[in-house]
Design a protein around this ligand. Sequence first.
Ligand code: UDP
Ligand code: MG
Length: 313
Amino acid sequence: MKVVSILVPCFNEEAVLPLFFDAISSLMQQPGFEWRVLCVDDGSTDGTLALMKKAREKDPRISFLGLSRNFGKEAAMMAGLDYVEGDCVVLMDADLQHPVDVIPQMLDKWEQGYEDVYACRMTRGSESWLRKTATRLYYKLLQAGSNYNVYPNVGDFRLLDRVCIEALRQLRESNRYTKGLYGYIGFRKTFVCFRTADRAAGKSKMSAAGLVRLALDGLLSSSAAPLRLATYTGLLVSACAFAYMIFVLVKTIFYGDPVKGYPTLVILILFLGGIQLFSLGVLGEYVGRIFTETKKRPNYFVRTLNGEKPTSR
Ligand code: UDP
Ligand code: MG
């Protein structure tokens, strides 16, 4: 029988975790597959890990992996992918925003031979207007800038075949933007649609600053377009400056130059200064990422696997 693993990264989810286990328990009674669950505790400071332990005592098909601190959802998912067993894995959030009843549809597609079945959001639940608009604009920008597809309205809710898991495990970069990585690995993809529910309990762990950081990682890790943007803007400005120089030169030759031009000077200095700072900033963002990548630090450390010391991978 084929083994299906459900992978859930959890960070301070004690409010919602019991509801989550309830929700998947009926799914796990469905025949035809051997079900497993791997919960990754991303350094929670509340009772999340204890709840996982209790769930495992009740149902040994549930395993848990405790990280040594909060590494963020991207790293938690990577840890999960490293330890997960089975022929395919279903990645989902613990907060029940990803409805469990979509999973059988995903499994159908998987059995038809697709290797990466992603769930496409039809609605975004009760997110703020600001977050929805920012997300929409961001995906437009990302689509324009990167070399492979990053689909809007597709989150981390997806089914991955073993081949995709093995592929993702080889991508060990520390500035992770998993959504871009799914595109990078390729494989046969298809989608199912779902309506995002509201969080069943607890609060969102994604702070505004965290989202901005993730967005930057996405933009800068999947393309060098921002670097090119800096180059093009520089070129454009230089071309304009050159034309203006000729203009000033000709004007001076024919009409002389009474000492004026203060506004022009100030405008030019400010404008050029701005462009230079912007380009430096773009460069700096890339250099910063090179810096963290060259350290080649592991993206996470494991404290416990099912309550015991982890065996090394
Ligand atoms: N999460 C995590 N580590 C973090 C932040 C979040 O493992 O540092 C998990 C969280 O427990 C949840 C999922 O990632 O299962 C999605 O997080 P959340 O619902 O807070 O984000 P949102 O749905 O608002 O984007
Ligand atoms: Mg959520």
